[in-house]
Design a protein around this ligand. Structure first.
Ligand code: PHE
Length: 346
């Protein structure tokens, strides 16, 4: 009898449950499909007597309702819980959501550019510790004890020790030259970027820490002409062809002779502006031939080998490149400042 059949099927449906989308689909096909049970039952219903139809019609409609409700409930549960159907909901034709990418720090951009220029000349990159001993920061670099040149760089001392040597924050990256020469054999051709510290009051033009890049080239027959040509090439690459250079005699304990190098102001092209204080020239680095004493301190035969070294402040180079007038901006982490320096080099 149709009535009994419906009763059995109703309990089957009530007992049914699944969290699996394909099982639910089987259920739909079995009961609600175009060739499904409900369709069959409705066909059979046509054949019963008018009397029976009155009663069965209602039962049948209820049965259909129960089946559909069951299906819809299970479907909703599966849709909200299954990741597979979540992805199926994503409309791949919609335009993507834009996201903001960070920007490189202007000092990192400049450092990277400098490293790349010297890499073309065969210079590798070396690094050393920021906490240094007296030997690497001063003594090996030909600063005798009590020598007034030690006062050229106001030092942050960490530990004063007259017997074993003081420990301090390195005041320049020249300490890395010493470490490199002590631990290897010539030829040396490297640049050494890093942070350095000096005990100076913070202002627009000075900071208690900043960044330098040191360069060292030691081999047989290295001359001052090599130094000049290397640095000339460097500034043509960094500031563009036609950048003029001039060398002024200077003094550093670790180089002899020593010089400071100026370039024609990259902002006004030598006309005179605020950045070059009207002179048309700006100093960008110190350099010189490595003093033979320094080579000997690092166990390198100064009769056989000679070399040149140079050191520059990355902030200074960045100031000129980006026309930044206040050094403090580099370390304040103000995103309004930093995000101006988007680069194609991600
Ligand atoms: N160490 C020097 C400074 O900090 C720069 C320098 C490096 C000069 C190498 C000559 C050679 O001022």
């Amino acid at each position: 009898m149709l009535q009994d059949k419906i009763t059995t099927l109703t309990s089957e449906i009530n007992a049914f449950s699944t969290t699996n989308a394909s099982e639910l689909e089987q259920f739909r096909i079995k009961f609600l499909g175009t060739k499904g049970i409900i369709k069959d039952i409705f066909e059979e219903f046509k054949t019963v007597s008018v009397e029976e139809k009155k009663v069965l019609g209602k039962v049948l409609n209820e049965f259909k309702q129960i089946t559909e409700t069951k299906y819809n409930e299970l479907k909703e549960f599966i849709d909200t819980h299954s990741t597979q159907s979540e992805t199926a909901k994503i409309d791949l034709t919609l335009p993507g959501e834009g996201f903001e990418i960070g920007s490189r720090h202007p000092l990192a951009l400049v450092r990277r550019e400098i490293v790349e220029i010297f890499a073309k000349l065969g210079f590798s990159v070396a690094e050393g510790p920021e906490i240094e001993d007296d030997w690497h920061n001063f003594s090996a670099l030909n600063f005798p004890p009590e020598h007034p040149a030690r006062d050229m760089q106001d030092t942050f001392f960490i530990k004063k020790d007259s017997e074993n040597g003081d420990i301090a924050l390195r005041t320049h990256t020249s300490s890395v030259q010493v470490r490199m020469m002590e631990n290897g054999k010539p030829p040396f051709r490297a640049i050494m970027p890093g942070r350095v510290y000096r005990n100076e009051a913070i202002s627009a033009r000075a900071h208690c820490f900043f960044h330098q890049i040191e360069g060292l080239y030691v081999d047989e027959n290295v001359s001052f002409a090599d130094l000049k040509q290397t640095l000339f090439y460097f500034v043509q690459e960094l500031y563009g062809e036609g950048t003029q250079v001039r060398f002024r005699p200077s003094y550093f304990p670790f180089t002899e002779p020593s010089a400071e190098m100026d370039i024609s102001c990259s902002i006004c092209k030598g006309e005179g502006c605020q950045m070059c204080k009207g002179s048309g020239w700006v100093e960008i680095l110190g350099c010189g031939m490595v003093d033979p004493n320094v080579l000997e301190n690092c166990n390198i035969d100064s009769k056989k080998y000679s070399g040149f070294a140079f050191g520059m402040g990355i902030e200074r180079i960045a100031n000129l490149k980006f026309e930044i007038k206040d050094l403090r901006l580099f370390s304040e982490n103000d995103v309004r400042f930093l995000k101006q320096y988007k680069s194609s080099l991600i």
